[in-house]
Design a protein around this ligand. Structure first.
Ligand code: CMP
Length: 138
């Protein structure tokens, strides 16, 4: 099976109506969309999803932001998906993101940074499974 990674188009990007442009950039970069849906995350869901950051000072702010409006969750597949998607989205902080990356184009801060990306191959599999049953993936 090709590698998987999870994209979440975050509430800031959905509010700005740039989800179409973000999806087009992902498709143009050779990713296959295996699953996609809109979601309004509950505090419990967002808290669980970002469990690894629970002790970080920004955790509460992160959960509050991620539940502040609808998101788009997308299961992506490609050879080398995790690393290639991270290159495509750019650094967490848009001020440090490379020109042409999704965060450089659409993010406004470290918190409101337009998209989420899985940070390891193992987390890519687990995060896709967090949002999608295997039977929901095309
Ligand atoms: P994401 O790829 O979704 O993974 C964890 C998120 O935590 C990250 O993107 C940022 O949105 C958020 N984050 C990381 N560092 C900070 C910070 N210093 N302040 C606020 N949010 C942060």
């Amino acid at each position: 099976m090709a590698e998987r990674t999870l994209c979440i188009i975050k509430p800031d990007a959905v509010k700005k109506n740039v989800q179409g442009s973000i999806i087009q950039k992902i498709l143009d970069s050779g990713f296959k969309m295996k699953g996609m849906r809109m979601a309004q995350l509950s505090e419990r869901e967002a808290g669980l999803f970002y469990e690894i950051h629970r002790e970080r000072p920004f955790y509460k702010e992160l959960v509050s932001f991620m539940t502040s409006g609808p998101v788009v969750v997308i299961a992506l597949e490609k050879e080398n998906a995790v690393a290639d998607y991270r290159t495509l989205i750019g650094a967490t902080d848009p001020a440090e993101a490379a020109e042409g990356t999704i965060r450089k184009l659409f993010a406004s801060s470290k918190g409101e940074n337009a998209v989420h990306g899985s940070d390891s191959v193992e987390n890519g599999m687990n995060e896709v499974a967090f949002f999608f049953r295997e039977s929901e993936l095309a």
